[in-house]
Ligand binder design. Structure first.
Ligand code: ISL
Ligand code: CA
Length: 553
């Protein structure tokens, strides 16, 4: 038995608007630019677009610092541009969801300006203020997610305010009912303008720990685990669902930063009336702890896929993704981005990402296998997280630059934020001006135009996979079984529903592998094979990064 929903069947395409397409030559991607490229998105077969923050912002953190929730960032366009974008999306039979950034606002938001103007301001209690403990010591030892203290002292009143991210992103006080009402109202504002749901930024952090006690040394290792366990979190989510989401046929995805797999059903089980899905970061963060890069294995990756699959419980649903605007390019992290392997490994990753159980999220550029960019020094980083890490490690004299730079280069969020590579012309077709952030030099080889005409390109592989998923309910709702948990480089899982069974097979390494199917499995038909192999040639020799989906007997 399964519970069909449009948002389970959809594939979502994530747009980071500043880096997608520039329409007016100022070097910054914008809403008209996105509108002009909708046919590309539509051609993938996706039904939903997730737009990263489009709100008025001083842009300290890529728009995740909102100054006005009801205004469009003038760098991205006007409200008319937004309305035109929505209509053009609807004309093509697609829907739009937007980012909801309400754990914090910008310090330039009118509420915060009022709040900091005096202790008696009616907005004071919109944020979290405390006296320090003694001279120059913050109220407790909370650390920011980006590193450093989570408190900043406001000179005017001498009190500290809490910020889980940068000091320019003060956290809202959700315990104040007025704050919750304001958030509900702004959500309705966008729903009434035609959006079909929200990706909720840092949403699990909104309820703050009771009494704000110090973190223990162990807790300081992963402070988000404590931040995501506020006592009233589920009350606030249920309230939001009841007040805002339930009356609309919309979709909601919460960023599960800090939430464990075991806790997932509490958020997404349909009977809870909270959220539809979560984004867990265990898979995308395999092989790293904050900025530190570690070894990882395919076995470990498969174990996470299994846990992720069961995490929502029988009454819930999950997401599947290998990229977003906060992480390196998947082909550089999980794949092999050398020129001779980049396309094959991007096809392999697409196959396992799109055919797992869950709503898939494709990040702009992932569909052509865009790669990480080279960094030569700290001056190359735009990412406020990378710069904060540098400040707290190298500049603080704690870790040598030679150790930090290569790791930061690999994890920097900048890797995902270089301009979209449309063609091999000037500025990759992204802008006629000077791009706000440097282009990846590999755009001459890796671009949409070039892949358009090549049937075996990464782009066309995405299109085939998405069409296949849409054509088979089994690939959407069917169960997920990892049939070979122990193999060191091959991922083999089945999807089954009502007697039909498919096998997804992916060789996750750059060498050929001699592979025998687990006992009892026999291929009956090739639906998609990245090497174009015919049924009798698929096995036993798997080519480097060979990937496919096959009907089983
Ligand atoms: O990307 C991270 C660190 O580089 C994550 O720890 C990230 O901060 C976390 O997943 C929350 O991310 C979201 O909220 C942040 C914003 O900077 C991210 O871009 C956003 O996705 C604060 O709004
Ligand atoms: Ca522009």
């Amino acid at each position: 038995a399964f519970d069909p929903r449009w948002w389970k069947e959809a594939v979502v395409y994530q747009v980071y608007p500043r880096s997608f397409c520039d329409s007016n030559g100022d070097g910054i991607g914008d809403l008209p630019g996105l509108t002009s490229r909708l046919d590309h998105i539509r051609s993938l077969g996706v039904q939903v677009i997730w737009l990263c923050p489009h709100y008025d912002t001083p842009n300290v953190d890529g728009g995740y610092d909102v100054r006005d929730y009801r205004r469009i960032d003038p760098a991205l366009g006007t409200m008319e541009d937004f309305d035109r974008l929505i209509s053009a999306i609807h004309e093509r039979g697609m829907k739009l969801i937007v980012d909801l950034v309400v754990n914090h606002t910008s310090d330039q938001h009118e509420w915060f300006r009022q709040a900091r103007s005096s202790r008696d301001s009616p907005y004071r209690d919109f944020y979290i203020w405390r006296d320090g403990r003694g001279e120059n010591e913050p109220p407790n030892n909370f650390v920011s997610v980006f590193g450093g203290a989570a408190w900043s002292r406001d000179e005017a009143s001498g009190q500290y305010y809490l910020h889980y991210f940068t000091p320019a992103q003060p956290d809202l006080n959700w315990d104040n009912p007025q704050v919750r009402q304001e958030v509900h109202a702004l959500m309705r504002f966008w729903l009434e303008r035609g959006v079909s749901g929200f990706r909720m930024d840092s949403i699990c952090l909104i309820s703050k720990p009771e009494g704000l006690p110090d973190l223990t040394l162990a807790e300081l290792e992963n402070p988000e685990r404590i931040y995501a366990r506020g006592p009233r979190l589920h009350d606030y989510l249920r309230d939001m669902n009841h007040e805002v989401l339930a009356p609309h046929d919309c979709m909601s995805i919460g960023e599960a930063f800090g939430v464990s797999y075991a806790e997932t059903p509490d958020f997404v089980d349909a009977s809870r009336h909270e959220l539809d899905m979560l984004f867990h970061f265990n898979i995308i963060r395999v092989g790293r702890h904050d900025w530190q890069v570690q070894q990882w294995t395919v076995r470990e990756f498969k174990a996470l896929m299994r846990e992720e699959d069961t995490s929502p419980g029988p009454g819930g649903w999950t997401t599947t993704f290998l990229e977003n605007h906060d992480n390196p390019r998947s082909v550089s992290w999980f794949g092999d981005d050398r020129p001779e392997m980049v396309a094959a490994s991007a096809r392999a990753l697409a196959t396992l990402m799109l055919l797992r159980r869950g709503t898939p999220f494709v990040y702009q550029g992932e569909e052509i296998g865009m790669t990480d960019i080279p960094f030569t020094g700290v001056q190359d980083f735009e990412d406020v997280h990378a710069r904060t890490v540098w400040h707290n490690t190298v500049e603080a004299g704690k870790v040598p630059a030679e150790e930090v730079l290569p790791q930061l280069g690999r994890i920097s969020r900048d890797n995902a934020r270089t301009p979209m590579q449309w063609d091999d012309g000037p500025q990759a077709g992204f802008t006629t001006g000077t791009p706000w952030f440097r282009l990846n030099p590999r755009y001459r080889d890796i671009n949409v135009a070039r892949q358009e005409t090549d049937p075996s390109s990464v782009l066309n592989h995405y299109r085939r996979l998405i069409a296949l998923r849409a054509a088979h309910r089994t690939l959407i709702y069917g169960d997920f079984v990892d049939v070979d948990p122990d193999h060191p480089s091959v991922i083999a899982f089945t999807r089954g529903l009502e007697g039909e069974r498919f096998l997804v097979l992916v060789n996750l390494c750059s060498s050929p592998v001699h592979y025998i199917l687990p006992l009892g499995l026999e291929l009956a038909e090739v639906l998609i094979d990245s090497t174009g192999a015919a049924l009798r040639d698929v096995l036993p020799e798997l080519a480097p990064w060979q990937a496919g989906v096959y009907r089983l007997k």
